[in-house]
Design a protein around this ligand. Structure first.
Ligand SMILES: Cc1cc2nc3c(=O)[nH]c(=O)nc-3n(C[C@H](O)[C@H](O)[C@H](O)COP(=O)(O)OP(=O)(O)OC[C@H]3O[C@@H](n4cnc5c(N)ncnc54)[C@H](O)[C@@H]3O)c2cc1C
Length: 417
């Protein structure tokens, strides 16, 4: 949806871009039932704002992150002020009103993106004449096969149970995590329990996010609305017991695990997600590209998955938009050389972010006493060393390639960054 939205915005700004976009999704409805909350970095807020898809009313700012480990010394505090000298963040107001990032429900983001597409979309059967708006949505559709290569990709899909065939110049896979043979997988043997938790009346979260590392995995409380969004990582074999616990027992466990800092008092139904690192070996094939979780699925420890996928989409839109034929008209969106440059440009951000996330899980998962000491020393160093803190904060806010993935102006998605 983000990619389609960025391509449409380019099309509106550039008459030379007649382009037909077909968005095919298995889902038929809104995502209000998705239990995930997403922590979005400041860079993502800017990209979404440039697309007209920033749901400001549904987003809670993170002003500070408190990082600690259970049962050992060392803690670090990252503050929004640490990112104030990041690229394009010349003043706190410019970099998002003093926030490191924002937390919002997956459903709110989905709805905001759907709204940007709605005015341009037609929902019509494949094979009917191209619409002037160039965007066709196929909800409730399941892709069956893709035969790609040469000048086109031929896609077969089921719409409302009936088979159809489409031809495209480029197929972008954004279908979420995959276990395909082309993907390297590390199973963490962990699951994330997610829920929304509430504070007693009169207490506020103050915009502080809490990340606490334990040997079973990291625990996070992200400020959302009046309460917190919880991501509670456990070893897979303990999952069933923890899901079966009644709410008051689970809340008591939570309050204990966070060192008695809060008196969390309410909790929504709990949902669980198995956690693994999945990295697609090649994100390009002739006439095919993979972005978002279809290209990489990360442990949610640092809340980077969607942020990374959005940067994939934004930069791909500009790579496609920049392709021109000699006469100045729209070029081939499946141009192999241009796509290869895009994949190369994305490499550092994709692999670097995956490596950092994976490294955190390994280092904080180790039970060896010397490693625990080093971890504590690392957190203390981070806390006491402003340049290190600033570098980490900037990376979290804008990714590895802030220039490529930042709109040149907040209202101008058509300008290639
Ligand atoms: C517990 C948890 C917490 C997380 N927290 C954060 C966070 O704080 N910050 C962050 O940035 N990221 C976070 N993530 C990661 C984030 O959820 C994902 O990176 C993001 O949702 C990926 O987006 P996507 O669009 O690539 O895939 P998805 O969101 O999985 O969407 C895939 C879409 O493809 C459709 N689809 C699938 N198969 C087909 C098919 N065959 N044909 C047609 N359509 C199909 C689906 O219906 C769906 O609409 C978290 C993940 C988990 C599990």
């Amino acid at each position: 949806m983000a990619l389609a939205s960025a391509l449409l915005a380019q099309g509106r700004a550039d008459d030379a871009m007649p382009r037909s976009i077909l968005l095919i999704d298995r889902r038929t409805q809104s995502s209000d039932d998705d239990p995930r909350a997403l922590a979005l970095a400041e860079g993502s807020r800017r990209l979404l704002r440039a697309l007209g898809a920033w749901p400001a009313d549904a987003a809670t700012p993170i002003r500070r992150i408190h990082v600690s480990q259970r049962g050992a010394f060392g803690r670090a505090i990252l503050d929004a002020a640490d990112g104030a000298d990041a690229p394009f963040a010349r003043s706190p107001r410019q970099h998002g009103g003093d926030a490191l990032g924002h937390v919002l429900r997956y459903g709110a983001l989905h709805a905001a993106l759907a709204k940007t597409l709605a005015p341009s979309a037609t929902t019509r059967a494949p094979g009917s004449p191209p619409a002037a708006t160039h965007l066709q949505l196929f909800g409730g559709s399941q892709v069956r096969t893709i035969r790609a290569g040469g000048d086109n990709a031929v896609v077969t899909l089921d719409i409302a149970g009936r088979p159809h065939t489409l031809t495209a110049r480029l197929v972008v896979h954004a279908e979420g995590e995959s276990d395909a043979a082309a993907t390297r997988i590390r199973d963490y043997g962990q699951c994330a329990i997610v829920a929304e938790v509430g504070l007693p009346r009169g207490q506020t979260h103050g915009g502080v996010a809490w990340e606490r590392f334990t040997r079973d995995g990291p625990l996070a409380l992200l400020p959302m609305g009046e309460g917190f969004s919880l991501v509670y990582t456990v070893r897979a074999e303990r999952l069933a017991d923890l899901l079966a616990e009644d709410d008051s027992r689970f809340l008591a466990r939570l309050n204990r695990d966070f060192g008695g800092r809060f008196a969390l008092s309410t909790i929504s139904p709990r949902h669980a997600f198995p956690l693994a690192l999945r990295l697609r070996r090649a994100v390009l094939a002739p006439r095919e590209v993979w972005i978002g979780a279809a290209a990489q699925t990360l442990h949610p420890v640092a809340g980077q998955g969607f942020n990374l996928g959005l940067r994939d989409a934004w930069t791909l839109a500009h790579a496609i938009g920049a392709s021109r034929d000699d006469d100045g008209t729209t070029g081939d969106p499946g141009d192999a050389r241009r796509l290869a440059r895009w994949a190369q440009q994305r490499r550092q951000d994709r692999l670097g972010t995956a490596a950092i996330t994976d490294g955190l899980i390994r280092v904080f998962g180790s039970a060896l006493p010397p490693v625990a000491l080093l971890r504590g020393a690392g957190l203390a160093t981070l806390d006491l060393c402003p340049p290190l803190r600033r570098a980490l904060t900037r990376r979290m806010m804008f990714g590895a390639d802030p220039v490529a993935a930042t709109p040149t102006s907040p209202t101008d998605p058509a300008t290639p960054a």
